[in-house]
Design a protein around this ligand. Structure first.
Ligand code: AMP
Ligand code: GLY
Length: 430
């Protein structure tokens, strides 16, 4: 089977790594990929994975490539090509592609759509309102005492959510989005949710249009600094499983979210094939959905795929074919931890092109995999290229050992200004 993967980050490196282990795969391309992806080889025939210099939003070029090279399956990592309708485009041309179509991807590309869907179908979520008018939005925020999350409707590079704890802060957030158009067209409408309190975790479910199969739990660390201080980032580290839900509680949370969600999808004619990734707050009144993403989380994917025992090709194939019901997801009983090493200054401005040292030594450690996110090749060296540079991932028979192994690998790796959190998985080990 020949597979094209679209994306360039740590999530895509993890997908490539796992797909490359499959005996079904004879050729893998990644567009555009990164320096770590370019080093992977296929288990079946030792062929190198080939990075293709096409951007994730270059839909016609990606289509032409997949047709010309006769890709049997295309796998989409990030949200933007999904929102642009890459799945619809490929399907119109008779190509097999994994990910939700444009209509289904609205669960991520429109927070207004998602919020209204949750309310209509009784999915547990925050009390919320949706607004185009700043006056009405201010009045609602005031009724919450200013303690609210103000969210731009559309995709805003992960920056469209403003957490407010006072009326002046909420007014500033509302004015910034609705009047000053800080996020352009993505902010023509907003959702305002009450602030929920509790532990935040990530859920993932693989869906085939009719059935949704829940993954174990994981937890991201979204703030830049230890102790959840500093600015919001794409995610500074993850671990799986979390100790905050028992197996029975996870199954119950899955039921309370996925059953009404599947009913709603059927009622609205939404055909969802791909990963549904709900961000959840474990409140004292039970789990509530903060948002839906229509793709694998990054860096959740790194810890999930370190634990997944199934052949990933078979799972994605079942998701595209609508045969997931018969498929059982199998997870190793290990724990996995991913520590993100980021460029100094991230999520603000940062330097690029800095040489990374120690990758070979770290890569030789047992039970460890260094996933690349923002890296590039420069001659025979590997250099920094993005904000999140590496996702240093380890697995072991318990969380403490996995955490220690991940940090032991981090200590082998050096680049100027490297920053990482020292407290990944700490909440689970207290
Ligand atoms: P989102 O992109 O909607 O997940 O929001 C980004 C982050 O903001 C989430 O990961 C939460 O940490 C936080 N957040 C979003 N909505 C709420 C809410 N209603 N209450 C508390 N925190 C929230
Ligand atoms: N882990 C955060 C995200 O993928 O959105």
């Amino acid at each position: 089977m020949k597979i094209l993967i679209v994306g360039a980050g740590g999530r895509e490196h993890a997908l490539v790594w796992k797909l490359a282990q499959s005996a079904h795969v004879t050729q893998l391309w990644c567009a555009p990929g990164n320096a770590g992806i370019a080093q992977e080889r296929l288990a079946k025939n030792q062929s190198p994975v080939e990075c293709v210099n096409l951007g994730v939003e270059e839909l016609p070029k990606l289509l032409a490539f997949a047709r010309e090279r006769k890709a049997d399956l295309t796998v989409i990592g990030p949200d933007n090509p999904l929102a642009l309708g890459i799945v619809d485009l490929f399907q119109r041309h008779g190509l097999r592609i994994w990910g939700p179509n444009r209509n289904a991807a609205r669960f991520e590309s429109s927070k207004v759509f998602s919020q209204q869907f949750m309310e209509k179908y009784g999915i547990p979520t925050a009390r919320a309102g949706t607004f185009e008018d700043a006056g009405a939005a201010r009045a609602f925020a005031a009724s919450l005492g200013g303690r609210c999350a103000v969210k731009a409707d559309g995709l805003a590079l992960g920056k469209g959510v403003l957490i407010c704890t006072s009326v002046p802060e909420a007014e500033k957030a509302i004015g910034g989005i609705l009047i000053d158009k800080a996020f352009g067209a993505a902010g023509e409408r907003i959702v305002i949710q009450e602030l929920l309190e509790g532990m935040e975790i990530s859920l993932h479910a693989l869906c085939d249009g009719r059935v949704a199969k829940l993954f174990p739990t994981s937890q991201d660390h979204k703030r830049a600094l230890d102790g959840d201080a500093g600015l919001n980032t794409g995610g500074m580290g993850t671990y799986s499983p979390t100790p905050f839900l028992t197996g029975a509680q996870l199954a119950e949370a899955g039921r309370s979210i996925l059953e009404p969600w599947l009913r709603g999808c059927a009622a609205e004619g939404i055909y969802y094939q791909g990963i549904l990734y709900p961000g959840i707050m474990l409140t004292k009144d039970g789990p509530k959905v903060l948002e839906f993403n229509a793709r694998f989380g990054d860096p959740e994917t790194q810890v999930y795929l370190a634990r997944l025992e199934n052949d990933l090709v078979e799972l994605l194939d079942a998701s595209v074919s609508g045969t997931l019901e018969k498929t059982e997801l199998r997870w190793s009983p290990t724990a996995s931890v991913c520590v993100v090493m980021a460029s100094g200054g991230y999520p603000g401005g940062y330097a690029k092109g800095l040489p990374i040292h120690g990758l070979d030594g770290a890569g030789r450690l047992p039970g460890t995999k260094v996933f690349h996110a923002g890296t590039a090749g420069a001659g025979d060296r590997i250099v920094t290229q993005g904000g999140r540079v590496l996702g240093v991932t380890a697995w072991a028979d318990n969380l403490e050992r996995a955490r220690d192994a991940a940090y032991a690998a981090v200590e082998q790796i050096r680049f100027d200004g490297a920053q990482y959190r020292r407290d990944i998985a700490a909440k689970a080990l207290m």
